[in-house]
Design a protein around this ligand. Sequence first.
Ligand code: PLP
Length: 380
Amino acid sequence: MNFKTLSVHAGHDPQAFLGAVMPPIFQTSTFAFKGVGEPGPYDYSRSGNPTRKALEDCLAALEGGVRGFAFATGMAAETTALMLLNASDRIIVHSDLYGGTYRLLTTVFQSKGIESEFVDLRDRDALKAALRQGAKAVWIETPTNPLMNLVDLQEVASLAKSYGALTICDNTFLSPYFQRPLELGVDIVLHSTTKYINGHSDVVGGALIAKDPELAERIGYLQNALGTCAGPFDCFLVLRGVRSLPVRMEEHNRNSLALAQWLEAHPKVEQVLHPGLESHPQHALALKQQTGFGGTFSFRAQADDAGIKRLLGAVKLWTLAESLGGVESLIEHPATMTHASVPAEVRNQMGITGNLIRLSVGLEDIRDLIADLEQALDQV
Ligand SMILES: *Cc1c(COP(=O)(O)O)cnc(C)c1O
């Protein structure tokens, strides 16, 4: 079946649940045994829950994996994936990525003996050199948050495979509607379902989807052993959100591209970082490995710190908040908000400058979104 059909139906069969068209919320911690040594299909909700299974099966179908796993947050999904590694293992990590991932690797896993080496994965020779020194895994994020740089998934996955390293791709920004890393050779896809998958800014959640049954088995073991799973009510909400993923993504994509084009022509804008623009240095790669550009991008305003503060204080329709991927439009300042956990020196090296602003373009009328940004840019 095709993607839009799977979004609406995958993971749930009404006949298995008394005809309920929507999957019921199994808000139960435990399940009755039929007798000693005779559990039913479920025994305890950390190990498995029917509402969670409906979401997990749906996500596996959308990403083209053998199994999906739902977690309490995106970070819980990341923690579980990193637990596939052992002390003294090395992981190669794209040098430009979500601030929380950077923090988890450098402050939590580093001290447990898992060494991260940050490499610009756009540089094939640098990746090769790092792989030659031995690595268990390669962590990819594309497009990157908030700089919108792309990594060639097919190239990195095949190179990593030739050195026996696993590849994990954070696919939060595009969702499987616009990018399917497993089809390009990646081993594990990760999501913060908090973002586009749920899409309504009312849940925090995460997911992992694996392509190989043996690897899926190991992730399932860790999900149960670590207890990082999502609760049934959150799973119900995320599944409710995912049913409309294709229509939301189409509209996010349309609005964000129109806004990026408008900003690019604005005199107070220095640079727009949007892979759908011809000015983006990796526009060709975006066209090759993505079927759309999503709804989140960044721009640099021609403004000093005070001007940026005035701009962010002047927006009325746009909400100043972290996160992305919801129906409402959000604006944020990476240097002091989402990426404040990255040291200033590293931030500047990456290009997360003080005049960089990230937009999560929602589903409002584009004319209202432009009008509000226009009056805010006038304050700069
Ligand atoms: C938000 C986010 C995460 C972390 O997810 P939480 O649900 O906030 O724990 C990881 N990766 C990316 C790209 C994100 O945007």
